[in-house]
Design a protein around this ligand. Sequence first.
Ligand SMILES: [Zn+2]
Length: 229
Amino acid sequence: MSAFQISSTLQSYMFSQGITWTLLAAKGKVAGPIDVCRQQLTVEVWPNVVYVRLEKNAIRRECPWGVSTFISYKDYLEHAITEAFTKATGIKTDRISVNYFKVQSATDPKRKHSLMLEKHGISCSCMRYQWLDHRIWCEAPHLYKLIKENEILQGQTPCHHAAAVLKWLDLKNFADYFQEWPTIQGQIINEEDYEDDEDYEDDEDDEDDEDDEDDEDDEDDEDDSEFYG
Ligand SMILES: [Zn+2]
């Protein structure tokens, strides 16, 4: 193939060996765990499709045969969406203000991510969201196009923290979010007016906690959410 190449980070988030194995298994092309096949599995991300090759593996009983096939970007994207909504179930989500949420990290319960409701979607401080949001459009334009056209995402970068906030808002998908945006925006403006009127104590000083490790003061903010239901 030509010079097209995505970063290893983008590949690990969207087109990893593990995800590829799951997709191959769903298509009935492989069986059993990936473990002893990692060395034999090649995943090449091309500009519009992913080429996958699994060399014949003599030491496996469940799946000794080889595979040479293409998997569409759409399949990988749908996997990312399903995973985001599945992982979003049951993770602790706190509304700090109308447009500001904290969501517990799935891997480290002591850690929380900051999420903002914005016009272009729900932004998240997690590494995955930040990387995908900043890199997909330039590294994988075809994937970017699919994300914009996808009826669930409508341009939203897939991340399970954002999906958790969506569930908290009682919305089914991001298309609903964008439809609700004028209402949400109205609530944000109302809140800002309220803060101005009341000379509201400034608790916005955690804007710089993108890598928020210390969230000790979060619990104090929870009471504020009562104003906004
Ligand atoms: Zn996230």
